[in-house]
Structures are given as structure tokens and as C-alpha cells.
Design a protein around this ligand. Structure first.
Ligand SMILES: Nc1ncnc2c1ncn2[C@@H]1O[C@H](COP(=O)(O)OP(=O)(O)OP(=O)(O)O)[C@@H](O)[C@H]1O
Ligand SMILES: [Mg+2]
Length: 404
């Protein structure tokens, strides 16, 4: 029996809902997708609940129409500067004479979770990195093994309760049950990293509109995560200021003609764009556009490099850096990355997610498609948010009031 699974990526630029069918073997077939322009979000965080709820409703409804299937529950991405993470340890005793069970692993994870956290924060994920059984370190799969003491090394990700509650409210107000909140770079990692990269050591940077989300994987699991408050919106704003052009004109110029490396652009090439004031169209040097973008692109990459260094894993990443998110599509950014990181750099495209139309196979949809994969491969790992929506089926009720 195949199962219907849905994902909602609430990004700063766009909100995206995917509905897919998952076979028992874990193969995904996309049934429908819906995209809406974000409203009520700032740097990945909900700042206006009613505006964000409406934008999310739009993305859900489009996906439902496309898939001809309702969304009852979904895996939902979370990010923002309020996210922080650390590594913790939890240990439990195993009764004599029996092997380790799933329940023992859960008890060990509970012990790792039992750390003092400020009352305004809560745990989003507790992810087992590896286990130690008695003296044997680095065990990946402890279930079924014998031992007296099971210790788990866990990566614990927390977020601000207020920010989490606001996001939860926006989703639940749409009559959707949250299967699990998933940190966005972990979802993106599911979609664009290979098992070999995760095993060898790799840094993933999802450069979106409002934030840049980083996750470092080693020995098959996540060791470090962080969220930076910069992204493609900063590039657009720099262009708007530098060219004295409206934001939407700057955005268009960036996506269409932007380059992170000015020397790669012909010196005499010009493009025309809207300007403020009387001069409604201006001719702009493409090289000048690249010069403006170069500074901020380099800054973002240097911040990523600093974060990788800060993690302490910078010498342990032979698979290098994978750049994804909409802004990873800026021309020249990958080459600039090779120079900044002095490591292999590639663009992460969610190519091997399953049976998905080409239209969605771009870095901007790595998170949304990755959320589906997270659901299929890991299922809800935390029990955090499984309660029913506060206002079940509100959306349907509202819809019933609309003139037919
Ligand atoms: N071809 C392109 N070149 C440069 N930038 C691009 C291109 N295509 C999209 N972008 C930029 O990508 C950004 C949006 O990326 P994405 O869709 O991953 O963001 P998001 O998920 O909505 O935001 P966030 O993850 O930060 O909350 C925008 O700033 C957009 O200008
Ligand atoms: Mg995103």
C-alpha cells in the first residue's frame, strides 16, 4: 500500500507545498505542487501570523488542486536566527541478559535531551550521531547488540518557543496536522547530498532569500547546524541601492544578468532596467551589476567559511561544500566558493528525489522535496507536534462561506 505524504517549505521568498505518493520501498512520485509568494515572514521567521497563514493557505490549495488530494498532515520546514544546536551525551544501563532494543535507544536519547534549556526555548530535534556500547565507540546501529551500558552521542537542535508556536499556528490554522517540524538544512541535505558525501564529510549551505542555512555531515550523520541571517535578498537590496532602481527591477536584473565574478562579464555589455524617478529606463553596465553582487556574495561565502571553521570540522570535509537554495543559482558563485573555501564545491540540485517533474528540480526546491524524503526515510522522529490542529478544517469552513 502506498502512502500519501505532504511537505510545506515556509521560505522567506516563497512557500511551497508538495504532495507525493510514497511506495512501501520509499520511492516518491510527486502528485502535485503549489507555490505562493511569501508574506508575513522575515528572515525565515513568521512575523505576521495572519499574512503568513494566508500565504500558506494559497500554497496548500494550489497543491491540493494540482494533486486532486487534500493535505491532512505535513512535514514542515523550520529555520531562523533563533535556531541553535549543540552536541550532547545520554547514557542508560541495559538489564543483564538481553540485547539492546528500540526502547533503550529512546531512553538514551531522552537522557541526552534532559539538559537545562531556557524556558523560552524548546527542542526541535534530538538526532543520534553514534553510540558507545560499554567500551566500544562509534557504533551506528546498536539495536540487537549486547552490552551493559548504552551511550548515545546526539545532536540537539533547539529553537525559540515563540517562533515555533507562530509557525505551528499558521499551519494548524489551515487544518493541517504537523507530522514533524524539520530543520530546513537537514531537509535540503536529504535531497541533494549523496550517502558517500555524508559519510566522508561535507558541508551543506542552503542560500535562500532571507537566510543561509548550514549543516555539516560526517560519518553518515549531522554534526553541526547553524542559520545565518543573510541571503539573496541582501544581494537584491544592494543592487537596488547601487542602481537606484526599484526592488523588483533589481531582483529581475540579478536573476537574469547577475554574476558573482565581474571579470567574467564583458566590459561593454549593457542591459536596460527600470529606474526610479523620471528616467524610467536606464542602461546599466552588466559588469557594474556584477561588481555590486561580488562584494555581498563574497561576504556570504566568507560567513559560511567562518561557520565551518567555528564548527571545528573544517579539516574533515573531503567532499567539500555543496551549495543549494535559490541563490546557489547565481552565476559565478560556485567558482567563487572554490576560491573562498579552498575545497571542492558543487551546486546541489534535487535530482534523485524520485518521480518529480523537471520544473521542480532546481536548488530552490531542495528543502521542499527534501522534507518529503525526510518523511519517507525517517518518519516522524520526534513526537513534538502531533496534536490535532487548534481549528480543524477551518479552511474548509471558510471556503464554504465563499460564493461558489
Ligand atoms: N538565477 C538566480 N540567480 C541568482 N539568485 C537567484 C536566482 N534564482 C533565484 N535566486 C534568488 O534565490 C532566493 C530565493 O531562494 P529560495 O527560494 O531558496 O529562498 P526561500 O527558501 O524562500 O528563503 P529562505 O530559505 O531564506 O527562507 C531569492 O533571493 C532569489 O533572488
Ligand atoms: Mg529556503
Amino acid at each position: 500500500m502506498s502512502e500519501i505524504i505532504a511537505a510545506i517549505d515556509v521560505g522567506t521568498t516563497k512557500i511551497c507545498t508538495f504532495i507525493a505518493e510514497a511506495s512501501p520501498e520509499g520511492h516518491l512520485r510527486l502528485l502535485g505542487a503549489g507555490r505562493a509568494r511569501s508574506r508575513g515572514l522575515h528572515k525565515g521567521v513568521v512575523v505576521n501570523v495572519s499574512a503568513a497563514t494566508e500565504a500558506i493557505a494559497e500554497a496548500i490549495e494550489k497543491a491540493e488542486q494540482d494533486a486532486e488530494t487534500p493535505v491532512r498532515s505535513a512535514y514542515v520546514g523550520i529555520v531562523g536566527g533563533h535556531i541553535s544546536s549543540h552536541n550532547g551525551v545520554g547514557a542508560v544501563a541495559i538489564p543483564r541478559g538481553r540485547s539492546i532494543t528500540r526502547h533503550d535507544v529512546d531512553r538514551a536519547l531522552d537522557a541526552a535531551r534532559a539538559i537545562p534549556i531556557p524556558s523560552d526555548r524548546e527542542i526541535i530535534h534530538t538526532i543520534a550521531r553514534n553510540f558507545t556500547i560499554d567500551q566500544q565507540e562509534g557504533v551506528q546501529e546498536p539495536i540487537g547488540m549486547h552490552g551493559y551500558r548504552l551511550e548515545v552521542n546526539a545532536h540537539i537542535i533547539t529553537g525559540a518557543t515563540a517562533a515555533i508556536n507562530n509557525l505551528v499556528k499558521c499551519i494548524q490554522s489551515n487544518g493541517v496536522v504537523i507530522e514533524e517540524l524539520v530543520l530546513e538544512p537537514l531537509a535540503s541535505g536529504e535531497a541533494v547530498l549523496t550517502p558517500e558525501e555524508r559519510e566522508l564529510g561535507v558541508a551543506l549551505a542552503d542560500i535562500g532569500g532571507g537566510t543561509t542555512d548550514i549543516a555539516i555531515f560526517l560519518n553518515g550523520s549531522v554534526w553541526h547546524t547553524s542559520v545565518l541571517d543573510v541571503g539573496g535578498d541582501n544581494l537584491t537590496r544592494d543592487l537596488a541601492v547601487g542602481l537606484r532602481a526599484p526592488l523588483d527591477a533589481a531582483e529581475h536584473l540579478k536573476v537574469r544578468y547577475g554574476h558573482a565574478l565581474p571579470e567574467r562579464v564583458a566590459e561593454d555589455e549593457t542591459v536596460s532596467a527600470a529606474a526610479f524617478g523620471d528616467a524610467s529606463v536606464q542602461a546599466i553596465s552588466r559588469r557594474y551589476i556584477a561588481e555590486i553582487l561580488e562584494a555581498r556574495s563574497e561576504e556570504i561565502l566568507l560567513l559560511i567559511r567562518r561557520e565551518i571553521k567555528r564548527s571545528g570540522y573544517d579539516g574533515l570535509l573531503p567532499a567539500g561544500v555543496v551549495l543549494t537554495g535559490g541563490s546557489a543559482q547565481l552565476q559565478g558563485v560556485k567558482e567563487m566558493g572554490r576560491w573562498v573555501f579552498r575545497m571542492p564545491v558543487r551546486t546541489g540540485i534535487p535530482n534523485s528525489v524520485g518521480d518529480v517533474h523537471r520544473q521542480w528540480l532546481t536548488p530552490a526546491y531542495a528543502t521542499g522535496l527534501g522534507l518529503l524524503l525526510w518523511g519517507v526515510r525517517r518518519g516522524p522522529t520526534e513526537h513534538v507536534r502531533r496534536q490535532s490542529p487548534m481549528m480543524p478544517r477551518l479552511r474548509e469552513w471558510l471556503r464554504s462561506l465563499l460564493p461558489g
